[in-house]
Every structure is written in C-alpha cells, then in structure tokens.
Design a protein. Structure first.
Length: 331
C-alpha cells in the first residue's frame, strides 16, 4: 500500500504494513542505506525474501514502512521466535533512506518497534527475562544515538575477523574424532549440537526444528563446504559455512564465512574447533576463495577470540548489540 507523493515529515508520516509485494522496495532501501554508510557487504534480494519468510515473522503485523509515492523512505521490523527457556529476545531492525535522515522517521519507527516487540514478548512466560535487542555497525553513530534516546543501551560488542587463505594451518584432528561432510551427519543431531554448544553463550536461545531448517537452507549457506565432528558416530561439533557472492564487489575479497562453529561443552578444549577451522580454510581455498571470515563475541566465555587470532585471523570490523529489558505488567 502506497502513500501520496510530496514531502514527508515524521509527524504526518503514515506507518504502513509491509508485505511480500514490497520486497523489491525494501531491498532497494537497504542497498541505498548500505552504500551511504560504506557497509562492507551487499545484501542480496534473496536475503530479504528469507527475512520475510522467517519462522514466526508475519510481515503485515511485524513490519512498517514510510512511503513517498512509490519510494520507500524508511522501514522497521520486529522478529521473535519464542524460546520458552533462559530468555526471550525480540530483534528490531530498521533502515532510513540517507536522503531523509534527521526528520524523525527512525525515531517514529523505533517507537513502534518497541511497542510491537513488547506486545509479542508479553505473550511469553513472565518468569523468563524479556529483552528487545538491536544490532548495528560500530561506526553508525546515528543509530546508536537513536537507540540510547529510546532506552536501548549498548551491552555487547562483536568482532568480524579476517585472514587470507595462505600459510594455512594443518588440521590436527584429535584422537577418536572424525571430521565428516555436513550432509553425512543427521540433521536433528546437528540442531541439538548447535543448541548445546551455545547454551552458555550470552544472549543465545535454542532453535526449533523450523528455525534451524531456515538457517541451514539459507541461500548463502555452503553445506558442501560445511563440516561436522563425530566421536563413535555421535556428532559433537559442527562448522556451518557460507559464501556471500555479492560481497566481492565491495570488499575486493572472495570470502568464505565460518558462520556457526559450535562444540558441545564436554568436548571443549580438546582441539575440535581448531580442527574444524583448519579443515574449513582448506575447503575455502580449494573452492577458489581468497579469505576467510569469522565473527565472535569479544567476551565469549570459551576464549574463542584468542583461538581465532592464534589461527591467523585479525580484526576487521565491530558491531554493537543494544538492549532494552521489558518487564511484565505485574512487576
């Protein structure tokens, strides 16, 4: 649904639900935003489609946009998949056309997102903590100011690390462990290992079968380059890898991404993570990639940041997670 033409102000802007027919306009807005802020990636249209089809996300209820004629000037969305344990987190994402910065559209949309996120969270178990979270690149201070203004405080920093695919470490596979192709491992076992591996990581929640399938079937995922570690046939670690084809145009690199690296707690500190990374680097190089990327919580309790640096990764970019605690009405 489109608004009229002419200038738009935050006061009179109509927040319009978005739907699948608006995917092209959303993609166009996202790319204008990425180019303006020199973001080191290119979001493909397929990723927008996948976002609109995420489990638990109903675009007409969980997104809003501001239009000027056929041009989408700003958009915001809320995503939440009920956890039922540990914590509930609703993720808010927004983008404003660089040409309409400073007139309050972002503030108007974020206020709606907080209201909608709180509405969704208040349908959950009130004993479990509820959080609204937002992620943004470290250098986009406009967004951080907006978050602070509406009560979201920076609580966590994440690092993107990179290494060239030369002087590769040799995989040292621990005794009793087999490194196997991703598709040779049972899908449900991989999901359980992922949930177990991240059960003590900050801010994480377990993935349902539906949510897990959405992750591993993403257009960027390279299951042919992904791996699992088994012990006596039991999956004990995993490494899900990806490649974002369009990023080459802005980075000048051909990156293989180690997207999801997890080791079940009882198998940590035995060399499985190092072995999976080393094997992934070899697979990336064989596929013609020039670099490897991995993201890490800089306060990761397993010491992952130090491990990755020991394997040749260096800091490239950082992003910030901001958070607002939502409390039940009766507290």
């Amino acid at each position: 649904m489109r608004g009229g033409g002419g200038s738009v102000t935050a006061v009179d802007a109509e927040l319009t639900p978005l739907g699948h027919d608006d995917i092209d306009a959303v993609h166009d807005l996202v790319r204008r935003w990425e180019i303006h802020w020199n973001v080191p990636l290119v979001t493909p249209r397929s990723e927008i489609v996948e976002d609109f089809e995420s489990p638990g996300f109903v675009p007409e209820l969980d997104s809003r946009g501001v239009w000027s004629g056929d041009r989408l000037l700003a958009m915001g969305s809320v995503s939440h998949i009920e956890s039922g344990i540990r914590l509930e987190r609703a993720i808010v994402t927004g983008r404003v056309d660089p040409l309409t910065r400073g007139i309050g559209l972002g503030r108007r949309l974020l206020a709606w997102q907080i209201e909608r996120a709180a509405e969704r969270l208040r349908q959950c178990d009130p004993v479990i903590p509820w959080y609204i979270r937002a992620y943004e690149w470290e250098w986009i201070e406009d967004t951080h100011r907006l978050h602070r203004r509406l009560g979201l405080e920076a609580v966590r920093w994440f690092e993107d690390l990179v290494r060239p695919l030369d002087d590769l470490p040799s995989p040292v596979v621990p005794s009793g462990i087999d490194i196997v192709p991703w598709d040779d491992a049972p899908a449900e076992a991989l999901r359980q290992v992922s949930n177990d591996s991240f059960s003590d990581h900050w801010g994480s929640t377990p993935r349902s079968t539906e949510a897990w399938t959405h992750v591993v079937d993403a257009s960027s995922v390279r299951r042919d380059l992904s791996l699992a570690a088994t012990s006596g046939g039991e999956v004990v670690a995993l490494c899900l890898n990806s490649h974002f084809v369009d990023d080459v145009a802005v980075t000048g690199r051909v990156d293989g991404w180690i997207d999801l690296l997890g080791v079940v707690p009882r198998w940590r500190r035995k060399g499985l993570a190092s072995a999976l990374i080393a094997a992934s680097l070899e697979a990336f190089k064989a596929a013609g990639f020039t670099h490897a990327m991995i993201a890490v919580d800089q306060d990761n309790p397993t010491g992952a940041s130090g491990l990755y640096r020991n394997l040749g990764f260096e800091l490239l970019n950082r992003s910030v997670t901001s958070e607002l605690r939502i409390k039940p009405f009766n507290r």
